[in-house]
Design a protein around this ligand. Structure first.
Ligand code: FUC
Length: 319
């Protein structure tokens, strides 16, 4: 049974769900409580949405292509999504749909835990802890995991940001990414090669409005940004809304980030006036590169038996 848990300090209020160890909403506390996440208006829709609003994603994030992968001379079958050549975001039994236990809780922090059982796709049990902590104007996320066998592990969070939800879509938000390379994808999202962002719609080395980059990709299979950027700093990037002067700075010790501009529709009601949520918001899915096990140039996301997995993502707000 899911529980919603509210964390609060003098600057932020955050609503956490035990189902999917997710973030349902983040409020900036100024003269009013300002929501900055696009999400389902109905909490029940949020719990089962395959747009993964705010959810913790794992064991793998992004697409793991089938029919299988090899690890330690053993071939593991990939349980692909229906009518897909890949598993997306851990598949139908991914962490996004699992109910986590509350291990400890204070007014401004909570630790959630879940033990993911062995499956045909993922060897060994994986003990996962997700720690949410409010520190001044930062939502701090820590992922800890440990497996009983060598396995794949690539955990992230899937919140959709809009710093001015009442202002419509995010195409006039300014994005900056500390990333000089991105992963080129084919129409099925298979990794093709790494390429420089310079002089492409993926060049956000200098902050610029999202509009031109997103609209230049409308005719692609991705219909906008839905790509992995190779970051060259713990400061992943920043999002700025010129109308409200609000800013989000993202920090992580992951080597890459998938940026997704909500290019596909939501069939369920959202807290935005943008029709079906298209381009209403943007994710910063900090992670290892998707499908890395199949491409030696990428990080494989292999977690060795009993090796500690420890990553963080910080969402720091200026307002
Ligand atoms: C796929 C992913 C995106 C996002 C969306 C809900 O398109 O590539 O990153 O998770 O699903």
């Amino acid at each position: 049974m899911n529980k919603f848990i509210t964390l609060e300090n003098e600057h932020l209020k955050t609503v956490i769900s035990t189902l999917g160890a997710g973030i349902y909403q983040i409020y900036l506390k100024s003269n009013q409580e300002i929501p900055v996440l696009v999400t389902n208006t109905n909490p029940d829709d949020y719990l089962t949405s395959t747009n993964y609003y705010g959810k913790s994603i794992g064991r793998i994030s992004g697409r793991l292509f089938g029919p299988n992968y090899q690890l330690n001379q053993h071939v593991y079958d990939v349980e692909c999504n229906p009518n897909s050549p890949f598993m997306l975001h851990g598949g139908k039994d991914g962490l996004w749909i699992k109910t986590f236990d509350v291990v400890s809780q204070k007014s401004d922090e909570v630790i959630l835990a879940y033990v993911d059982p062995e499956t045909n796709t993922f060897p060994g049990e994986l003990s996962v802890r997700v720690w949410y902590r409010l520190v001044n104007k930062t939502v701090h996320i820590e992922y800890q995991a440990q497996g009983t066998k060598d396995t794949l592990c690539n955990l992230t969070n899937h919140v959709y940001f809009n710093l001015n939800i009442d202002g419509g879509d995010i195409l006039d938000h300014h994005l900056m990414l500390n990333a000089r390379k991105y992963n080129v994808l084919d129409d099925q999202y298979r990794f093709i090669k790494q390429a420089n962002v310079a002089q492409t719609p993926f060049d956000f080395i200098q902050p610029k409005p999202l509009r031109n980059g997103v609209l230049a990709l409308l005719d692609t299979a991705q219909k906008g940004l839905d790509h992995c950027f190779i970051t060259n700093s713990n400061h992943v990037g920043s999002l700025f809304d010129p109308k409200t002067q609000r800013r989000l700075n993202v920090y992580s010790n992951y080597p890459s980030v998938v940026i997704y501009t909500h290019n596909f529709i939501s069939k369920k009601p959202l807290n935005t006036s943008v029709p079906q949520g298209v381009h209403s918001s943007i994710t910063f899915e900090c992670q290892y590169e998707p499908d890395g096990i199949h491409h030696p140039i990428l990080n494989s996301a292999i977690l060795k038996k009993n090796e500690p997995y420890h990553h963080f993502i910080d969402f720091e707000f200026e307002f």
